[in-house]
Design a protein around this ligand. Structure first.
Ligand SMILES: Nc1ncnc2c1ncn2[C@@H]1O[C@H](COP(=O)(O)OP(=O)(O)O)[C@@H](O)[C@H]1O
Ligand SMILES: [Mg+2]
Length: 276
């Protein structure tokens, strides 16, 4: 009897829509240690974020939230442990039992599709809104100018900023600048979006327009997100999980309904009482 050779297109081969990478976390912190000088900011930190998952980090000022995001963005050097992005080592890997720094080229390859929006508007001040959006797609991703412009125009429409595409950042309100910053991050087709208190520096009447844009993105895309925010209602609406930090450690974590309504820990209760 000849071997039973499957015909092309038969189901003998695993379907292409169930890649093994589905099981790999988008973000994985393993025994992460971060020190600034002799000040230990993060220690023994372990957590994962699944593909498409949106996780909010809460906790008092100085608890290490921004440092976590900056580590993922490789804006900070990891002191100990490992971070993997989609299974790829970000700064260090274990090779033959040793912790080895990976090449800058590999780092850049892994971080290309990670976007970050900061508390303080960080658009390029000498460029127009449109130029801000096409800069990285052209120079980092190698997109053609026309294609980058078309994409940028689509994104500006999405965040309600089409009318301002030729404006300079200084001519925009804070809320408008943050919407452009979000569009700029999206222009790199991020698989991971890091949001660090993106509404904290805004006048109160401008907060909702920015949160509205983020809610739309959360509803319409499967981008994984790490979100630092004091907007608890927003966190409740968009995130599947909340992690409460204190002094660089996870105090507790769980679904937003649980953490916001019936937290187990005293420190979480005190923190929520202070911010709500
Ligand atoms: N570049 C730095 N140099 C020295 N210490 C820093 C630096 N960045 C952050 N820290 C310290 O790390 C701790 C955590 O800061 P951060 O991650 O900004 O906390 P959070 O975002 O939760 O307020 C704080 O004690 C802060 O002073
Ligand atoms: Mg911070």
């Amino acid at each position: 009897m000849p071997e039973n050779t499957p015909a092309p297109g038969s189901s003998a081969v695993p379907a292409a829509d169930t890649p093994a990478s589905d099981a790999v976390p988008h973000i994985e912190f393993s025994d992460v240690l971060k020190r600034f000088g002799d000040h230990t900011v993060l220690e023994d930190l372990n957590f994962t974020v699944s593909p498409g998952e949106r996780v909010t980090l809460i906790g008092p000022s100085g608890s290490g939230k921004t440092t976590i995001l900056r580590l993922v963005m490789t804006l900070e050097e990891l002191t100990g442990g490992y971070i993997h992005i989609g299974g790829h080592p970000l700064q260090y890997e274990r090779r033959d039992g040793r912790r080895v720094r990976i090449s800058d080229k590999m780092r850049r390859r892994t971080t290309t599709h990670i976007g970050m929006v900061f508390q303080h508007f960080n658009l390029f001040p000498n460029m127009t809104v449109l130029e801000n959006l096409i800069e990285a797609p052209v120079h980092v991703m190698g997109l053609g100018k026309d294609e980058a412009v078309a994409k940028a125009e689509g994104l500006l429409e999405k965040v309600g900023m089409s009318a301002k595409q030729d404006a300079r950042p200084t001519q925009l309100s804070g809320g408008q600048q943050q919407r452009v910053a979000i569009a700029r991050a999206l222009a790199m087709d991020p698989e991971i979006l890091l949001l660090d208190e993106v509404t904290s520096a805004l006048d109160p009447e401008l907060v909702d327009e920015v949160l509205g844009v983020l809610k739309d993105i959360a509803a319409e895309t499967d981008i994984s997100m790490l979100i630092v925010t004091h907007e608890m209602q927003f966190a409740r609406e968009v995130s599947q999980r909340v992690m409460m930090f204190d002094k660089g450690r996870i105090v507790e974590q769980g679904a937003p309904e649980k953490i916001f309504s019936e937290p187990d820990h005293r420190r979480t209760k005190d923190f929520l009482r202070a911010v709500l």
